[in-house]
Design a protein around this ligand. Structure first.
Ligand code: GDP
Length: 200
C-alpha cells in the first residue's frame, strides 16, 4: 500500500463535474481545522498538495487527487466554521449531500474526528446522517499525539465516548483508525485499510 505518485486532477464546483472514469475513491471530510490538509499531505508525503481554501464563504470545491494512477483521494470542504451563519451551514450540506448519494465510485467516506476534544455535536450529526443513508464510512481520529485534550481528557477517552455515542446510528460499528500527522501513527494502517477496501 505504497504511495508512489500523486497528481492533482481537478476541482469541481458540482458533483456532476467530478471525474467520470470509474476509479475508486475515498472522500475526506471533517470539521474545519480537524487536520484534513495535514493528513492528506502526510498520506502522500508531499507538502502543500492539499490546496483547499480555508476561508469560509469562498467557493466550495471538491478536489480530486489521483494516487498511483489508480485511485482518488477526494478533499471535500470542511464543515462547522464557528462563525458561519446557519444558512451557510445548510449550504455546505446541500453541496455535499448530492455527492455522497450519487457518487457510485465512492468506496468509503473517511470522516475525520479530532481526538483531542470531547465528541462534538456537528461530528455526531454528520456520522448520524451518513449512517442513516448507508454511506460506507471509516472514522479517522486525528491529533492522537495530543495527550491532553482541551478539557484534560485524553484522546483514548474522547474516542471511546465518541464510538459509544454513535452506536445507535449503525448496525455494525464502522472501522476506525487513530492517526497523527505529527508522529505519523496511523498512516500505514490507513493506506492498508484503503487498499483492502479497494480490493473487495
Ligand atoms: P484542516 O483545516 O482540517 O485542513 O486542518 P489543518 O491540516 O490545516 O490543521 C489544523 C491545525 O491543526 C494546524 O495548526 C495543524 O498544525 C494542526 N494539526 C493537524 N494535524 C495535527 C496532528 O495530527 N497533531 C497535532 N498536534 N496537530 C495537528
Amino acid at each position: 500500500a505504497k504511495v508512489t505518485e500523486v497528481e492533482f486532477v481537478k476541482s469541481s464546483n458540482r458533483p456532476k463535474d467530478c471525474p467520470k472514469d470509474d476509479r475508486p475513491e475515498f472522500a475526506m471530510l471533517g470539521r474545519s481545522n480537524v487536520g484534513k490538509s495535514s493528513l492528506i499531505n502526510s498520506l502522500v508525503r508531499k507538502k502543500e498538495v492539499a490546496l483547499t481554501s480555508k476561508k469560509p464563504g469562498k467557493t466550495q470545491l471538491i478536489n480530486h487527487f489521483l494516487v498511483n494512477k489508480s485511485w482518488y483521494i477526494v478533499d471535500l470542504p470542511g464543515y462547522g466554521f464557528a462563525n458561519v451563519p446557519e444558512a451557510a451551514k445548510m449550504d455546505w450540506f446541500s453541496f455535499t449531500k448530492g455527492y455522497f448519494l450519487n457518487r457510485g465510485t465512492l468506496v468509503s467516506v473517511l470522516l475525520l474526528v479530532d481526538a483531542s476534544v470531547p465528541p462534538q455535536k456537528i461530528d455526531l450529526d454528520c456520522a448520524n446522517w451518513l449512517g442513516r443513508n448507508n454511506i460506507p464510512l471509516t472514522f479517522v481520529f486525528t491529533k492522537c499525539d495530543k495527550r491532553k485534550g482541551g478539557k484534560g481528557k485524553r484522546p483514548d477517552d474522547n474516542i471511546r465516548s465518541f464510538l459509544q455515542l454513535i452506536r445507535e446510528y449503525y448496525k455494525q460499528q464502522p472501522p476506525w483508525i487513530m492517526s497523527s500527522s505529527v508522529t505519523g501513527i496511523g498512516r500505514n494502517e490507513l493506506l492498508l485499510h484503503m487498499s483492502q477496501l479497494r480490493n473487495y
